[in-house]
Design a protein around this ligand. Structure first.
Ligand code: PHE
Length: 451
């Protein structure tokens, strides 16, 4: 007897699970930092325009491919056209590369949550605390392991009972906590300056790099070009409205990114007296600057604990989707059972992640293209593989497989309202934008341009 494919039980379950995948570390620290850096309101505006054009196009395409074929990336592309199975393999590579390092950062979040829970706010606010922790050996690997096990258990349980149920609990809590902290942060004395800085457009900072940075952020944030949305689409019921669901997922993802900015930018502003350096790049914003902010805030230890709890929830629903992407590709391709595949994937993630984690400590002599291990894997997956997969997806569907497959899928639930617009985006505008992202990433890595 053929195995019946699992599915999300209804539209809400699907939307919450897909939004759970989309809303993650990318929304919570990367978006606020980029918005602050690239001119506040103007970055947000550019991002919003890109979300409803480019983001919409890619997301509806991927979910439609998944639902149409009922398969994950490799088999889905092969089923549509034998020649394009390669796109699925690339997506598979990307998701296998991202999962371990995403979980390493997830482990850091667990550590900070525990630190805040046990009242060590003062210690956490020290720069050395962060450096001492991530350069260690056993401790970061331990918390990483805890995070991976949480993820694996949910994936092992399955689509409806595991992923859907986890998302339906975690996502509403996440929204409530984010809104509550954002409200608390913007009402602190002096926060309005930060809100202005965050929202008012600074046109002098607008440039082509603003658009390119927004585009890169968009794809990552919406979990596109990794096979994730294809996999989730394959679990979507035919009676759920595709176009509307995509709009809802996008709204969710973008709203949470903007709200995260309200939590972070004004707080950092109050704490640093308007010194923009404090909004420094990368994980240090979340793990060094934010604890300092909480240390100086009234009720900071409580707010800090809640903050890391919500970051943990966001990271978990994303890592679940990443592991699910890997697992469903292997199950579909090689016919293995979910249990066995999840167990083996977990072993792989644990080994790779441990190596990546040690990349900050005893293995920090390993440098590839001048980057440490985590940065290198991030670069390969997000800056190279992701846009390449995006380009190939647009071209293969736009010109060879033909957009009709997407139209058909969308039209199961009524009229495809923006069909013409979608087609132009898919065939022409999206590929050009994606090519620019790759060129930009390569130029940046080679040091030709400064970002
Ligand atoms: N979208 C997630 C985030 O914003 C990351 C992610 C990328 C998850 C690709 C799944 C697939 O953090």
């Amino acid at each position: 007897m053929e195995n019946k494919r699992s599915s999300f039980s209804n539209t809400l379950g699907f939307v919450l699970a897909a939004a759970g995948s989309a809303v993650g570390l990318g929304n919570l620290w990367r978006f606020p930092y980029l918005a602050a850096k690239y001119g506040g309101g103007i970055f947000i505006l550019v991002y919003l325009i890109l979300a409803v054009t480019l983001g919409f196009t890619l997301m509806i395409t991927e979910i439609a491919i998944g639902r149409r074929t009922g398969l994950s990336a490799i088999n889905a592309f092969q089923k549509l056209d034998k020649r394009f199975g390669i796109i699925g393999y690339l997506a598979c590579a990307a998701s296998f590369i991202i999962t371990p390092y995403y979980c390493v950062i997830g482990g850091w979040v667990v550590k900070y949550l525990i630190t805040f829970l046990t009242g060590n706010v003062v210690a956490a606010a020290e720069e050395e605390y962060y450096n001492g922790f991530i350069t260690g050996s056993a401790e970061p690997i331990l918390w990483f392991g805890v995070f991976v096990l949480f993820t694996a258990v949910v994936v092992m349980i399955g689509v409806e009972k595991g992923i859907e149920r986890a998302s339906c609990v975690l996502m509403p809590v996440l929204i409530v906590l984010t809104v509550a902290i954002a409200l608390y942060c913007v009402t602190r004395p002096g926060a309005m300056e930060g809100v202005k800085y965050y929202l008012l457009p600074d046109f002098s900072r607008f440039s082509a790099t603003t658009v390119l940075a927004a585009m890169g952020q968009l794809f990552y944030s919406m979990s596109l070009a990794m096979g994730t949305m294809i996999t989730y689409g394959s679990y979507m019921k035919k009676e759920d409205n595709l176009e509307k669901s995509v709009r809802q997922i996008e709204l969710f993802d973008t709203a949470l990114a903007i709200l995260a900015g309200f939590m972070i930018v004004p707080s950092v502003f109050v704490f640093s007296g308007g010194n923009e350096e404090a909004l420094g790049k990368g994980p240090s914003l979340m793990f060094v600057t934010m604890p300092k902010v909480f240390e100086n805030m009234k009720f900071g230890s409580i707010i800090g604990t809640v903050f890391f709890l919500l970051v943990l929830f966001a990271a978990l629903t994303s890592s679940i989707s990443l592991m699910e992407t890997n697992v469903s590709i292997v199950c579909d391709k090689w016919g293995w059972s979910r249990k066995r595949t999840t167990a083996l994937t977990t072993v792989y993630v644990l080994i790779m992640g441990a190596v990546i984690s040690l990349g900050y400590g005893s293995l920090n002599f390993i440098r590839i293209l001048g980057m440490g291990l985590l940065d290198f894997f991030d670069f390969i997956s997000n800056s190279i593989l992701m846009p390449v997969i995006g380009i190939l997806t647009c071209i293969s569907i736009g010109f060879f497989i033909k957009p009709q497959v997407v139209y058909d899928e969308v039209e199961i639930n009524g009229e495809f309202k923006v069909k013409r617009f979608y087609t132009v985006m898919l065939k022409w505008i999206a590929p050009v934008c994606l090519i620019l992202i790759v060129l930009f990433a390569v130029a940046e890595a080679a040091g030709w341009i400064q970002v």
